[in-house]
Design a protein around this ligand. Structure first.
Ligand code: PLP
Length: 403
């Protein structure tokens, strides 16, 4: 008889976004003439850059010709894109990464989730709290998280990120083997400087741990002390895997393209993780479409870069509008300076969900309750800067009017 992976049965229902959706639809049914502005979802609103569209169109035309047709591509990505990534994202910052250390994929979500395939079930995994839920749930699916009790997985090591520690996790007090770090952070919007990251490299070296560094929001970094890649730090190539994505950098959330870097120097017990991941990808993944990779390549052209940077600047301006408006009404806010997320403390110690309800029912603004990202997110809400500027301003006026 077939047996299922029982770890899936241990997963709590993915209630966060479905509960939000239910509350929003109940509200709009009860108030059909009231406008609702969504400031909760981490999806972009600006269209793809003209250079990206031109490159994709050209690739579509090629695909219709005998000479230009592309079938299965390399599982690791086409050289034209891997070479551009190496040149523009690494070499330009003085980092020596080779093209065969870059694996192009259909998303940082897939890669952050699938990377667990190359690690034993017997690893102690550390995650931040609050956290991007994919790290937690994929480890639970693999049987690495233990049991879900009192909002915690018994076998995960949680690193609380609170106002007291500036939302920076502290080094684990016990020995862990795999550490997920995400900077600029989703959901807190906080970023880590080189100095703040240095001890993590040392910890990983001293303990034989591997850092899984999610840098999906790298494009939003404005502070010169914040590294754009973990490999800017000495020794990081021996201990860290880096995940990047075109989703937020260039509006590819619906188009799907990302990449993961696994340096050759990164070995566990003498085994190169690069080779294991290559084996995994060649077996389970058949590459990102040629048309999409040509679009991603265009992000690195002079015009493409300029156009995508304009979109990032637009979102960062929205983030400033949100920060300023909430600060004005007396809320304490974090993030939004090197990230598209604003982490706002609820007033008078209100619970996340209560404040969420208040903003929805009284202002018609949808946010994300911090408690949905982990127990330490209680007492916060997350707002995103990905809406249009008009809606961002309108939402802030509505919030200001009720607070
Ligand atoms: N990593 C983090 C921290 C994210 O917030 C997201 C998306 O919201 C992703 C990864 C997913 O990126 P992608 O669209 O490349 O799958």
């Amino acid at each position: 008889m077939a047996k299922i992976n029982e770890n899936y049965l241990k997963l709590p229902g993915s209630y966060l976004f479905s509960t939000i959706a239910k509350k929003v639809s109940a509200y709009s049914e009860a108030n059909p003439d009231k406008e609702i502005i969504k400031m909760g979802i981490g999806d972009v609103t600006k269209p793809l850059a003209p250079s990206v569209i031109d490159a994709m169109r050209k690739a579509v035309d090629e695909m219709g010709t005998a000479e230009g047709f592309h079938g299965y591509g390399p599982e690791q990505g086409y050289d034209f894109l891997r070479n551009k990534i190496v040149e523009k994202d690494y070499k330009a910052r003085g980092i020596d990464i080779k093209a065969d250390e870059v694996f192009v994929s259909d998303g940082a979500k897939s890669d952050c989730g699938n990377i667990g395939d190359i690690f034993s079930k017997d690893n102690k995994v550390a995650v931040c709290d609050p956290v991007y839920p994919v790290y937690v749930d994929t480890n639970a699916m693999a049987g690495r998280a233990g049991e879900f009790q009192d909002e915690h997985w018994t076998n995960l090591y949680y690193m609380p990120c609170t106002e007291e520690n500036g939302f920076m996790p502290e080094l684990p007090k016990e020995k862990v083997d795999i550490i997920y770090l995400c900077f600029p952070n989703n959901p807190t919007g906080v970023s880590a400087t080189r100095e703040q990251l240095k001890p993590w490299i040392k910890y990983a070296k001293d303990n034989g741990a591997v850092i899984l560094y999610d840098s999906a929001y790298e494009a939003f970094i404005t502070d010169p002390d914040v590294p754009h890649s973990i490999y800017e730090l000495d020794g990081a190539k021996e201990v860290a895997i880096e995940f990047r994505s075109f989703s937020k950098t260039a509006g590819f959330t619906g188009t799907r393209c990302a990449y993961t870097v696994i340096p050759r120097e990164l070995k566990v017990n003498g085994t190169e993780l690069n080779g294991l991941w290559n084996r995994r990808q060649c077996t389970k993944f058949n590459g990102v479409p040629y048309i999409i990779q040509r679009g991603a390549e265009a992000v690195y052209s002079d015009e493409g870069y300029k156009q995508t940077r304009e979109a990032i600047a637009y979102y960062l301006e929205n983030a400033k509008i949100i920060r300023d408006a909430l600060t004005k009404v007396g809320l304490t806010v974090y993030g939004g300076e090197n990230a598209p997320y604003i982490w706002a403390k609820t007033p008078d110690g209100m619970k996340s969900w209560d404040f969420f309800d208040k903003l929805l029912e009284e202002a018609g603004v949808v946010t994300t309750p911090g408690a949905g990202f982990g127990p330490s997110g209680e007492g916060y809400i997350r707002l995103t800067a990905f809406s249009t500027k008009e809606n961002t301003i309108k939402a802030m006026e509505k919030i200001q009017a009720i607070l």
